[in-house]
Each structure stands twice: as C-alpha cells, then as structure tokens.
Design a protein around this ligand. Structure first.
Ligand code: SF4
Length: 454
C-alpha cells in the first residue's frame, strides 16, 4: 500500500506557498487559453462527441484495425514490430540500434518511451540518447522526470533553467533571457541532429486505412531528427490508432486547442514511408493495454489523446505538481491509468482528487475521468489498500451522516469546540491544517436558518 505517497511527495511543492501559487497560476493560464480556443469554434461540443465516438469505435475494433494498420504500413515499406511489454520494447529498439552500430540517437518527445524506461536502458548499453524537445532536454540535463505530459519542464523557473544551461553548456551565468536560452539550446541541439546515427519519435495518431502516422510538435524536432538520420524508429501504444485519414481533422482540431490553446500545433508531420536509403521501424507496444481494455468500467481511459487538459484544469494537480504522482503520466488521467498497471503501488492516486469533475468537462474525447476515479476507490477499498486513518474517518462520517440526531449533536459540539478551542482543529497534527485554516464559525446553523426562513 502506498499510504499517502502523493500527499507526502506533494509537500516538496506545497511547503513553498509562493512556488505553489506560481505553479498554479502558470498552469491555469494554459487552461484559460484552452477555453478561449475551444469557445472560439461553435461546433466544439459536436467535435468532442465525434472524437469520443471515433475512439470508442477504435477500442471496440482494435484487433482488426491493428492488423489493417500493420498490413498497410508494411506495404509502405515500414518494418512493424510488436512489443508485449516495456522490456520487449526496449530490447527491440536496442536491437535495431545495435544492428546499425548506433552510438548516438536523437529522440523527440514520447511519453511511451518514458513509460518503458528506454533512455536508461540504452544508456546502460552504451548508446547516447539526446532528447530534442526543449522541455525534455532541460529535464534530461537536470536528470529529472517530466512533470507534465505536454510541458515537461513547467515546474521550473527560467532562473533555474539558466543555471542548468550555465552548468551544462557554459552559457552566461545569471542570463535568463528566454531568447538567449532558446538560442543556446538551438546551437547545442543542431550539433546533435547533425551527428546522430538514428532518430526516434513518438506517435500521436496512426491511421489504419493508410498505414501512415502523425507526430505533432511545436519545435519541428521530430521532423529534423527523422529527416536527417539514416534510421528512423517510432514507438506507439496500441490505442493510438484512428480508422481513417478524415478522422484526423477532428483529432487535430481538438488536440492543439485542448493542449495549449493553439488552433493547430506548429508541425503536424505525416510519416508514411522511408525515404531512399533510409530504414523506418515502428514498434507497437501493449504494456498492459490489452489487459486494461478488458475492464468495462475503465476501458474508456484508453481513448486518451494526451492533450493534458485534465491536468491543467485539476485543482489538485495545479497545487501538488506533476512529480507528486510518482508515475509517468501524472494528473487525473494518470490516476485512472496507473492502478491498472499496479493497484497496490498506485492505490493513493485515485484519492488525489476532489472529484469535482472539471477533468471530465474539458476532456476532448469525453472520458468520464472523475467517475473512474470514484470507481477505482471502490476497487482499492475492496482490495484492502485504503490507509487505516482514512478507513476509520470514513466509518465515522458514515455513522454521523446516516444518523440525523448524531449529526445535529455533533454539529453543535463541533461549533462549540471550534469557538472555545480552535487549536483542536487548527493544529499541525491535522493534515488539512497544513495548507488551510478553518473559517470563523457562524453563530447560526444552516438548519436553524432554514427553519426560520423557509
Ligand atoms: S484524459 Fe482527456 S483531457 Fe486528459 S490528457 Fe487524455 S484526452 Fe486530454
């Protein structure tokens, strides 16, 4: 049981109120941009429903669509590999690189390779991996994990990034001008692109009817790597399929708007076949997905297109930070995906939510995230992984709330106690007190007010 792991990891951020406020504000800014972009098109809700239907169809017909995709991709000249789990995925990628004697590989952002632990595996085998997405490169230099799936270094201030670049690349100390820092990254990455023996990308959407796939970036780094290197490898989770090319118009309109509030990502690059003299490999990865799809109440989680809108809106994520989730994909979606992979290890995550439903409201493919969080809590409770203090607290609440007399007396006693001894609640032993104080007690209960005013 991972008792309170999320809460204790969150303390790294929540103990610093200014930083928590800054983090909350930065992420909320992205959520606001999403709202402007979404409300800017009148058929937004129709688009969401259409995308949801497309992804439902994909999950219901995954077996056939995968075979169709494999057939078409193979005919296009792409070598398709199947990986049952992370270990097999890493072995396949390493095998391809070893065959070509690759010593250095550039990689654009891929949460799947993060999930599989590819970088450490390749580095252990003597292959240098350079992450080329700017945010990913920053955290790679700092030996950290991404804290967000779209903005991996959103937890860092520019002063910290400036220090990292100074230590790694000798940039001017104390210069945190964004343009100066971006130019330094550009110069360093350009050398890496020119000297890499292979390039790896993730996949946003793979189209069954054509055997092609689309990679979305704002920096063009996936294209730069793939177009220069003699070997291109792309890795995708089984659920990234869409049936037809025409479905892309729905997905691309939703993805960028939900993600960053842009009408479209700067680069939506289509990869269909290797160029002359190049080798192209695609690794289809299961890693728990075929088990997940068999869980009727949780299957819809696999519709996710990784836009991060649910994180940007989540009041818990915004104030606890991505690293507190101790899993590759943080936030509400991570909290419903992770228990499928290891119920005990991630038993704390479905509780890291207020169940307010904001995540489900913004999800472009209409995943019932907050309902699944609630469902996971039942599963975790039955499995015996709920921490003891929480179990006792819930039992007490159940008793009080199902007995009106006890509720009345409890309310009166609580009010007295709060007036005479506020420290009974506002003390460091109470985890709630760490970041909030109880407001002053009202002199009249709601029930009394209602009796007088109804
Ligand atoms: S669950 Fe929905 S909102 Fe969250 S990342 Fe996935 S698609 Fe986006």
């Amino acid at each position: 049981m991972s008792e309170g792991k999320h809460a204790s990891l969150a303390e790294k951020l929540t103990n610093d109120t200014d930083r928590t406020d800054w983090h909350n504000k930065s992420i909320w800014g992205v959520r606001k941009k999403r709202d402007v972009a979404a409300f800017g098109i009148p058929d937004w809700e129709l688009l969401r429903q259409t995308a949801s239907n497309i992804k439902d169809y994909v999950l219901d017909n995954l077996h056939d669509l995968l075979l169709e995709f494999e057939k078409n991709a193979t005919e296009n000249g792409i070598t398709v590999h199947w990986a049952a789990d992370a270990e097999e995925h890493n072995a396949i990628v390493h095998g391809i690189l070893a065959k070509h004697n690759v010593k250095k590989m550039v990689k654009s952002k891929s949460m799947l390779t993060e999930e599989c632990g590819l970088n450490p595996h390749l580095e252990k085998n003597g292959i240098e991996v350079i992450d080329t997405d700017l945010g990913e490169r920053i955290i790679q230099l700092r030996d950290e994990h991404p804290s967000h799936i779209v903005m991996p270094a959103i937890h860092l201030k520019r002063e910290e990034i400036s220090d990292t670049f100074h230590e790694s690349w000798g940039t001017e100390k104390g210069n945190f001008d964004p343009q100066y820092l971006a130019e330094a990254a550009r110069q360093s990455l350009r050398q890496d692109f020119l000297t890499a023996d292979a390039a790896l990308t993730g996949v946003n959407f793979a189209i069954a009817e054509t055997g092609e796939y689309v990679v979305c970036t704002n920096e063009g780094n996936a294209d730069m790597g793939a177009h220069l290197a003699p070997v291109q490898i792309s890795c995708m989770g089984l659920e990234k399929l869409i049936p037809k090319r025409e479905h892309l118009s729905v997905m691309l309109r939703l993805l960028a708007r939900s993600s960053t509030g842009q009408p479209i990502t700067a680069y939506s690059s289509h990869f269909k076949k290797p160029r002359k003299g190049q080798e192209m490999h695609l690794v289809l990865v299961d890693n728990g997905r075929s088990r997940h799809i068999q869980l009727p109440k949780f299957k819809a989680g696999l519709k996710c297109i990784r836009c991060a809108a649910c994180m940007n809106t989540c009041p818990v994520y915004r104030r606890s930070g991505g690293h507190s989730y101790h899993v590759t994909v943080p936030g509400p979606i991570g909290s419903i995906l992770a228990p499928n992979t290891n119920l005990k290890e991630y038993s704390d995550l479905p509780f890291a939510s207020t169940l307010c439903g904001a995540c489900s409201n913004v999800c472009p493919v209409k995943i019932n995230i907050h309902e699944q969080l609630y469902e996971w809590r039942q599963v975790i409770g039955k499995a015996g992984y709920v921490e003891t203090s929480k179990k006792i607290g819930l039992k007490v609440m159940n008793f009080v709330l199902s007995n009106p007399k006890v509720y009345d007396i409890g309310g009166k006693l609580g009010k007295k106690a709060m007036t005479l001894m506020p420290y009974a609640i506002n003390n460091p032993l109470n985890p709630w007190y760490k970041s909030r104080e109880m407001p002053d007690m009202d002199t009249e209960s709601f029930k009394d007010w209602y009796k007088k005013n109804r």
